[in-house]
Design a protein around this ligand. Sequence first.
Ligand code: AMP
Ligand code: ZN
Length: 486
Amino acid sequence: MDWFARIRGRRKTAVQHRLAQVFLTNTLSGNKELFVSQKPKTALLYSCGPTVYNRAHIGNLRAYVFSDTLARTLAAAGYHVRRVINITDVGHLVGDGDRGEDKMSVGAAREHTTPEAIALRYAKLFIEDIDELNIDTNDILFPRATDYIKEQIALAKTLEEKGFAYRLSDGLYFDTQKFPGYGKLGGLSGVKLEAGARVEVVRGKHHPSDFVLWRTAKPEDLQQWDSPWGRGNPGWHIECSAMIRALLGQEIDIHTGGEDHVSVHHNNEIAQSEAANGRTFVHYWMHSAFLTMNGEKASKSLGNVIYLSDILEKGFHPLALRYFFLQAHYRTPLSFSWDALAGAASALDRLWKLSREISQESKSVGVPSEARERFLATVRDDLATPQALGVLWDSLRSEEYAPEEKWGLLEDAEAHFGLALRTPPPLPGALAEADIPEEVRKRVARREAARASSDFEEADRIRREIEKSGYRVEDSSGGPVLTKRP
Ligand code: AMP
Ligand code: ZN
């Protein structure tokens, strides 16, 4: 069933025995709440995925680093996290409403190929991008909407049978007035008319917020299937409701997405799922704020987007972008600039340098400490990553903690941040054994011996000798690393 599983293996996450408390801001209540899962020790997490008619930009990637930080935090708190990110490869119209061009057709026309080829190309690039950002894609299911047409039809049929849908010549529509509390997410109930009216105007709709469940095909439509309502294709919202029900069940713990999805897409998902299943759909709704470029939302349609590949081409490490995202709280808009990214990259380099040193000093043995407790309490308080980074920096620089306590903190920080803190990449310019002159190699060995016998004065003296001969030695978890001095 799962096309991605055919390409990649799957691995189970380790489960701790005691659960730690995690607090999360729930868009449904507008409050920070203690997270309590429906099933013991299991967290069911769904994130709205990309529409694969184009490459995901770094604004989109922010939404997935956020949901990954959430998943990591829950896993470190002891939950087995089951994750799904859908791949939208049908039904999403430009503008998100029920009118306008189909995004997959736009992509196919642009590249003179089929929607299937476009979907495959951009789904692959998306998964590669999030892999680069250290998101463990083996732990996530990536269902494609076109693989769940049957389930989407079944859900729409149930809604029609239960009296929540009506037919128009161009498709089957959800009747939002039949669903009490429509628009409850984000406190929109009072303004639902306005919210709906902004989206589109389709002739014959009972209410402006009604939305399409199944769209009647036009002869030129590249994607169409048989259904009880004739040939056609599914509306955009129904895919998430149907795939969640098929893969995670009727009731899930957490649903995430960008803040743009609150008013329409997620309110529509709630209406469809709760009307069909007759029970609560999602217990915690979480939304990440936008990435902006010069004050404007980064978006494909505004043409002001940057891709991960642009960042790599400029020589940045992909995790510099992850560090940049973590410097802001997920609910705060974040403004991108190349200078800010360079700042994040240099901070991460310094963190990696500290990690190499601490790894040596502690022999990579971690022990509990008050710093670790503070770090965990901070990150478990609604993923306060900027403050948690502050705790990390202060504690690593402090004289108060032993190397083993610092290493323990780095282990926790790595589990939550995914910044390769335990296994920093090799220093740029590290020399291969064969490229180091014999006499320098001997000095390095003598320095290691001095360090092993805790003669740090002698070790320092030898380091200065090495520097005089034009080299620089740095300590890493894999031993001393030699680079040429600039
Ligand atoms: P899309 O491919 O447009 O459906 O978007 C995929 C995800 O990225 C959704 O969760 C959006 O809410 C989110 N998103 C889109 N644009 C931005 C942006 N500029 N900043 C942050 N998240 C965004
Ligand atoms: Zn969705």
